[in-house]
Design a binder for this molecule. Structure first.
Ligand code: GLC
Ligand code: MG
Ligand code: CA
Length: 597
């Protein structure tokens, strides 16, 4: 706060002259008035930069070809260098790895190939020293079928009997055993698997090895809360809650004691094994979910209050925008601090133009409760990388969006250097979603392996990720030139742009400032961020041709602007001047400009 005041005083006295002084002073007073009660003192997470690490692919310390915790610890300085405040790690708990940790067999133990509890404590300690917060991924919807809980439940152990979603099947006309209803798993085929020990089916909304827990059993809920507590007390800064919108299925008591089948969507080209074949009205986004999230939140808040250090909840739900923003909570029923915003993933593709970007961004900001923090996600371990989903030329532009739009920035590892999807042939495919297609040609359309290939540190063996003979997934082609080491030593690179952006976003205009956007034409998206008299314009040409644009289309933007950041292919560099009313932008050019007053 003190720091910001000082900053503005120097700015005001050095840069304002004559009439503008008066005009600007008025604006300052009114805007500052408005911000007085708002979070001028921000909590650590409110405008933080989060960096997602997929531990299996980040850094291998013991040369078994699999990334691990000591590997992460050894590279925390890299995160610091990037200007990252926090990292969230994909699952590290004990797992048979059918879905690479999203199938947990013991929530209180670290997966041995990733390290030990001591290794984890060491990671926390080092992160603490560097002031980097650690957030862990937590998967409450389902466990592994190798979990003790499931094994006991499958054997009708009295205590665990009702921990999973068990249901009788039925015999069809030909005397064949059939599942309880038509529900389909996200990973394709029936969501029900038969368990001979119980002569019943269990529900798995994801893979067969991932049985769904029964959230209508209060004992299960209690245990889930204990796990949250356990990890928060260990010192993690928060948890990302996986697949939150699958927690509940319809209450079968409301349907005569049987889970109702789901209606067919009628979407062309889909068969009864495909997830999209059904409209998931009974297995997704059930109303009870929001209350459970608010109960989870109470667990976070209790520890926050006790330690006087905010522990945050991030929630993952691929759903409609109206459902997505419900995760913020309502009134006294608080929800997640950070409900992931997938607008830049769900609403944009290769064909998207400036109007689509404006629409996607503004739409989220419109639906988001006014006082809550927005967040921006452009990739993760499930979705195609930016350079592949859009094109490599737009890497810096998307990092500008993620890092300079209002709120929290969330980067998937590798996006800072513009990594491309790797190529993983059918013979080496590991992702259960891809394997379940049984289709050596079309698996590529759904496979998530290409975004999980080893992180590219250098042009050395296995891109510097591991010295093993074989890495768990092959390293992507092109790592010899696309890697951290080469971008670090280059004067201009995605890495350098990323660092400049994280550094820039510390300024009040980005942390606290207001936002306005325009599609200046079909190709050029621009937004303005300002706080008091400090004004920035981010302008991005997503088109394939050159354009001349007029930035005075924005209110109170005029005169000259100075280049703060330019993308790697721009011919402009830091401190170049441009005219607000006449800016020529090359194809794919992206700039962050600061108004000169
Ligand atoms: C989440 C994870 C994904 C996983 C799925 C099932 O969507 O991000 O990787 O496969 O949940 O647990
Ligand atoms: Mg290893
Ligand atoms: Ca469930």
């Amino acid at each position: 706060m003190e720091h910001f005041r000082f900053y503005f005083i120097t700015l005001r006295t050095t840069k304002l002259t004559g009439m503008w002084w008066l005009l600007a002073i008025n604006t300052i007073v009114s805007i500052e008035g408005r911000y007085e009660n708002v979070n001028i003192k921000q909590d650590w997470w409110e405008t933080a930069v989060f960096y997602q690490i997929y531990p299996r692919s980040f850094m291998d310390s013991d040369n078994d070809g699999i990334g691990d915790l000591n590997g992460i610890t050894s590279r925390l300085e890299y995160l610091k260098e990037l200007g990252v405040d926090a990292t969230w790690l994909s699952p590290i708990f004990k797992s048979p790895m059918h879905d690479f940790g999203y199938d947990v067999s013991d929530y209180y133990t670290i997966q041995p190939e990733y390290g030990s509890m001591e290794d984890f404590e060491q990671l926390l300690k080092k992160a603490n020293e560097l002031n980097i917060k650690i957030v862990l991924d937590f998967v409450p919807n389902h466990t592994s079928n190798e979990s003790d809980w499931f094994v006991k439940s499958a054997n009708r152990d009295e205590y665990y009997n009702d921990w999973y979603v068990w249901e009788n099947g039925h015999l069809d006309d030909r005397g064949m055993r059939r599942p309880p209803n038509n529900w389909i798993s996200v990973f394709r085929k029936s969501a029900w698997s038969y368990m001979p020990t119980r002569d019943q089916y269990y529900l798995h909304q994801f893979g067969e090895a991932q049985p769904d827990l029964n959230f209508r059993n209060p004992v299960v809920v209690e245990e889930i809360k204990n796990i949250i507590k356990f990890w928060l007390e260990k010192g993690v800064a928060g948890l990302r809650i996986n697949s939150i919108n699958y927690l509940y299925e319809a209450d079968k008591d409301l349907y005569g004691g049987r889970y109702p089948s789901e209606p067919i969507t009628g979407k062309p080209g889909l068969g009864p094994d495909d997830y999209g074949y059904l409209d998931h009205v009974y297995t997704k986004d059930q109303e009870e979910t929001y209350d459970m999230v608010s109960q989870f939140r109470d667990v976070f808040d209790a520890i926050t209050i006790r330690d006087n250090l905010t522990r945050i909840m991030m929630t993952e739900a691929f759903t409609s925008i109206k459902n997505a923003v419900k995760y913020y909570g309502e009134g006294i029923h608080l929800g997640a601090h950070i409900p992931f915003n997938f607008a830049l993933i769900q609403d944009l593709d290769k064909e998207s133009d400036a109007r689509d970007i404006k629409y996607a961004v503004d739409r989220w900001l419109t639906y988001k409760p006014l006082k809550k923090q927005a967040n921006w996600v452009v990739g993760n371990h499930d979705k195609s990388r930016v350079a592949s989903r859009f094109r490599p030329e737009l890497v810096d532009a998307f990092n500008m969006l993620v890092l300079l739009l209002p709120g929290i920035a969330i980067t998937y590892m590798g996006e800072e250097i513009g990594m491309l999807n790797g190529f993983v042939p059918w013979s080496e495919t590991k992702d259960p979603l891809a394997c379940n297609t049984d289709d050596p040609v079309n698996f590529i359309e759904v496979s998530r392996d290409p975004v999980r290939t080893p992180f590219q540190w250098s042009n050395g063996k296995n891109a510097g990720f591991s010295t093993a003979e074989n890495t768990w997934l092959p390293v992507a082609d092109g790592f010899e030139s696309l890697n951290v080491a080469s971008q670090r030593s280059a004067v201009r690179s995605h890495y350098q742009v990323y660092r400049t952006l994280t550094n820039l976003r510390i300024r009040p205009a980005f942390r606290l400032g207001r936002y306005e956007s325009l599609a200046l034409n079909n190709d050029v998206f621009a937004f303005k961020r300002w706080y008091n008299d400090d004004t920035y314009i981010v302008v991005i040409n997503v088109g394939k041709t050159y354009h001349i644009v007029n930035l005075t289309a924005f209110d109170l933007v005029f005169g000259q602007l100075e280049v703060e950041v330019s993308n790697v292919l721009s011919s402009r560099t830091y401190s170049d001047n441009v005219q607000a009313n006449y800016l020529d932008l090359a194809a794919d050019e992206a700039l962050v400009l600061r108004m000169q007053v």
